[in-house]
Design a protein. Structure first.
Length: 141
């Protein structure tokens, strides 16, 4: 079950962000996602600065518009670490953003919301990479 919707703080503390990610990870569907294989290698190869830029660009094109093209189906399950992170963090579509992060659908993301979504995604990737070898973890994607 999702935590009560709250509007994200433009600059949530690292602890608040980690608590939010921990809450989301308790959901069985979200808990299945891990950074593995090619997606993990891409994250390790490109590094955090490049991934942050990719996340910012992908969110701008696929999630930030008021009515994203193919909303609810616009985020692949793999093919880039940001896509995996979006599913793991419930930042994959506007419906999930509203349910899990309190960011209303039907309007363009503000700059603060866009930045928040990128921070959530990048923090999840950072935690995944710090968690060691993902092949030891059970579960799909």
């Amino acid at each position: 079950m999702a935590s009560s919707p709250r509007h994200p703080s433009p600059d949530p503390s690292g602890h608040a962000l980690d608590r939010r990610l921990d809450d989301i990870a308790r959901h069985p569907f979200r808990a299945r996602f891990r950074l593995r294989g090619r997606d993990r290698a891409t994250a390790e190869q490109h590094g955090p600065a490049t991934l942050r830029w990719h996340a910012y660009d992908l969110i701008a094109r696929r999630l930030a518009p008021a009515e994203p093209r193919k909303d609810g189906r616009q985020t692949p399950y793999r093919g880039h670490p940001v896509f995996v992170a979006q599913h793991a963090t419930a930042t994959c579509c506007r419906r999930c953003l509203e349910r899990w992060h309190g960011i209303p659908a039907g309007r363009e993301l503000s700059r603060a919301e866009h930045t928040y979504v990128v921070r959530v995604i990048c923090r999840w990737i950072e935690r995944e990479l710090a968690g060691g070898e993902s092949s030891a973890r059970p579960g799909p994607p």
